[in-house]
Write a protein that binds this ligand. Structure first.
Ligand code: FAD
Ligand code: DHB
Length: 353
């Protein structure tokens, strides 16, 4: 099989790249190790910044987001039993954020790319490794229905998340990595109850951090910091709600509506950066190249920022035969990555604000 851009991973990075390239007449094939249903139901990010919202509109996958997403003009910080609001437009020249779930974004991208445009995604087709990335015809070796196959491409985009194979296809002496593992995780619950407040609350408390987020006016997403080795099996719904209440200012805690979980999971907190993000004709984008702790709500937004640079670089190559943007991809993407890594680390630190 042959394509122009071979994409490993059909998370938000891979789907968004495929969609933007498709709109410019560039062919892609996505290889995804999991099933479509599994990818579509993974509960993760919820807050997207203006740059990503604009990119989804450019990808013609932003219509439902504009209809159903909630525009937030600020957040609340809780500490010492107080609640303080930070006004985004006032401090950022009018910028706002959009609350719209990653599951919804993934669904919208799948519908636009696969169901409507006929884009090719092979599910349950895990990539094993990338070969020949320093030649003009890199190849992705992958598995499908028990057979080993090969996808020959002009370029390979490694959008396969932190545990993917794209980054691991590069010899260790060609890649520099920076890493911090935080000594705690976040226990998250998704529940069909109205959010405690119209905007998010980030709470600093001696028992540990807590976050009140949402997906809609009727669906809430809450997190409490937990021990690194804690397990979901240790938590009943009641235990979660009790612990959340203890970490919020009393008048906020009183207003929390509790309900049964739709989902509960633990996320370990981790910072990671790979340098560079380009190896010949192999490009890393999104979580495949960098991870931030979720505190700053930056991971998905950074993935979109990578895809912004990478899509433009590839489009300029195919339309104008120019390679300068491909050559600058790693540097441009990493400039923003390091700022987000620093911000997310600072926002995660346990000192009082
Ligand atoms: P992924 O979503 O990880 O997708 C990678 C894909 O590659 C997956 O589908 C995987 O199955 C596939 N894959 C892996 N290996 C292979 C292989 N060998 N072959 C083929 N396919 C493979 N970010 C924000 O911006 N805002 C937030 O509010 C936010 N909140 C978060 C809350 C939580 C609890 C978590 C866990 C994360 C949060 N993030 C947030 C981060 C965000 O979810 C990620 O940064 C985002 O999913 C990255 O997208 P991606 O497409 O690069 O990687
Ligand atoms: C969510 C996750 C975050 O990490 C964050 O900072 C804000 C919101 C969420 O899942 O809704």
């Amino acid at each position: 099989m042959r394509t122009q851009v071979g994409i490993i991973g059909s998370g938000p990075s891979g789907l968004l790249l495929a969609r933007l390239l498709h709109l410019q007449g560039i062919d892609t094939v996505i290889l995804e190790s999991r099933s479509r249903e599994y990818v579509a139901s993974r509960v993760r990010a919820g807050v997207i910044e203006q740059g990503m919202a604009d990119l989804l509109r450019e990808a013609k996958a932003g219509e439902r987001m504009d209809r159903e997403g909630l525009i937030h003009e600020g957040i609340n910080i809780a500490f010492d039993g107080r609640l303080e609001r930070i006004d985004f437009p006032k401090h950022t020249n009018g910028k706002v954020v959009m609350v719209y779930g990653q599951t919804e974004i993934t669904y919208d991208l799948m519908k636009a790319h696969i169901d409507e445009a006929g884009g090719i995604v092979h599910y349950e087709a895990p990539a094993i490794r990338v070969e020949g990335y320093d030649t003009e015809s890199p190849r992705i070796i992958y598995e499908q229905n028990g057979d080993q196959k090969e996808l020959v491409c002009d370029f390979v985009a490694g959008c396969d998340g932190f545990h993917g194979v794209a980054r691991k296809s590069v010899p260790a002496d060609e890649i520099k990595t920076f890493e911090r593992t935080y000594p705690f995780g976040w226990l998250g619950i998704l529940s069909d109850v109205p959010p405690v407040k119209e905007e998010l609350i980030y709470a600093n408390h001696e028992r540990g951090f807590a976050l009140c987020s949402m997906r809609s006016h009727t669906r809430s997403r809450y997190y409490v910091q937990c021990a690194i080795d804690d397990k979901v099996e240790n938590w009943t719904d009641d235990a979660f709600w009790d612990e959340l209440g203890r970490r919020l200012p009393p008048e906020t805690a009183e207003n929390v509506t509790t309900g049964p979980r739709l989902e509960m999971s633990i996320t370990p907190l981790h910072s990671f950066v790979a340098e560079p993000l380009r190896f010949g004709r192999l490009f890393l984008a999104g979580d495949a190249g960098h991870i931030v702790p979720p505190t700053g709500a930056k991971g998905l937004n950074l993935a979109a920022s990578d895809i912004y640079y990478l899509s433009r670089a590839l489009i300029t190559y195919y339309k104008e035969k120019r390679t300068d943007l491909l050559d600058r991809y790693s540097e441009s993407a990493l400039r923003r990555v390091w700022k987000a890594i620093r911000f997310s680390w600072w926002y995660t630190s346990q000192d009082k604000l």
